[in-house]
Design a protein around this ligand. Structure first.
Ligand SMILES: NC(=O)c1ccc[n+]([C@@H]2O[C@H](COP(=O)([O-])OP(=O)(O)OC[C@H]3O[C@@H](n4cnc5c(N)ncnc54)[C@H](OP(=O)(O)O)[C@@H]3O)[C@@H](O)[C@H]2O)c1
Length: 258
């Protein structure tokens, strides 16, 4: 699909900024993150003000900021929502402040759920009335495949995001929407430094622009994308298992409700 208007969370750097670069230049962009200067820099690098880019600085842990963002997204009649922002705090569960754990739950889970639940009805209504499709991209992580000691809340938040996103895609199967669950493997951003890893970049990490191009290219073609060089041998069984699992669950749900 070629989106007319997209909202990208976590667009001040990393994969979020790369997703903004990867979308077609005809797409109006609403970019959000906390750092207003960094957002303006990304907008400038994309050709704003000539290109239609709006920045909305705000903190996804604050409901007032989420409300402002929702208003901006509705005013721009978005037809693509990208829930990309996330944080992680590396360390043993008892060694990390409770407020940091709760911040990760807010940014990685509560915000995507709140934005999606509020914005999707309008997106679907507009898509139906204009006989076209809208889109939703949820950014999970390969870290969500298994429990990760010392990164437990981040991995658990991504496991839940993955489960919710795949289930939602099945629920919306007959609606005019493409739902894509994106699971990046290690990517060269400053995420690791923010999370408190010792290592600057993990060997085998991919370039964020390449990852973003793969994700944008998969929207409308696939429901799940794992973007990783290092995990490529594991990708096929995972995709087959995911397809079988979601297909079976979908059939069971329809049988029980029908
Ligand atoms: N990099 C990897 O290796 C990797 C691997 C797997 C999955 N992922 C996933 O890919 C996505 C992007 O990761 P990344 O590597 O690009 O991360 P990143 O470089 O650390 O960027 C995170 C983005 O989230 C924003 N953010 C953080 N806390 C926020 C808050 N409270 N309110 C609003 N925005 C907030 C940050 O902006 P501000 O600081 O300006 O608010 C920033 O724009 C995440 O969902 C991550 O879990 C990344």
């Amino acid at each position: 699909m070629i989106p007319k208007s997209a909202l990208i969370t976590g667009a001040s750097r990393g994969i979020g900024a790369a997703l903004a670069r990867a979308l077609p230049s005809s797409t109006h962009l609403t970019l959000t993150a906390r750092d207003a200067d960094a957002l303006d820099e990304v907008a400038g690098s994309l050709g704003a003000p000539a290109r239609r880019v709006e920045t909305v600085a705000g903190d996804l842990t604050r409901s007032a900021d989420r409300e402002r963002l929702i208003e901006a997204a509705e005013a721009k009649e978005i037809d693509l929502l990208i829930n990309n922002a996330a944080v992680g705090h590396f360390g043993p569960f008892l060694g990390v402040e409770a407020s940091r754990h709760l911040e990760a739950v807010q940014v990685n889970l509560a915000a995507p759920i709140a934005l999606t639940r509020t914005l999707l009805p309008g997106m679907l209504r507009r898509a139906k009335s204009e006989a076209r499709k809208c889109g939703l991209i949820n950014m999970g992580s390969t870290a969500g495949f298994a429990p990760v000691p010392r990164f437990a809340i981040y991995a658990a938040s991504k496991a839940m995001l993955h489960s919710w996103s795949v289930a939602l895609a099945e629920e919306l199967r007959c609606e005019p929407i493409h739902v894509l669950t994106a699971l990046p493997g290690s990517t060269r951003t400053t995420f690791g430094q923010s999370a408190g890893f010792g290592m600057r970049t993990i060997p085998g990490s991919r370039d964020p622009d390449a990852v973003a191009r793969d994700i944008v290219g998969a929207l409308g073609r696939r429901s799940l994308i794992v973007t990783s060089h290092t995990l490529r041998p594991a990708e096929l069984p995972l995709r087959v298992a995911n397809r079988l699992f979601t297909g079976l669950i979908g059939r069971a749900t329809r049988a029980l409700s029908g």
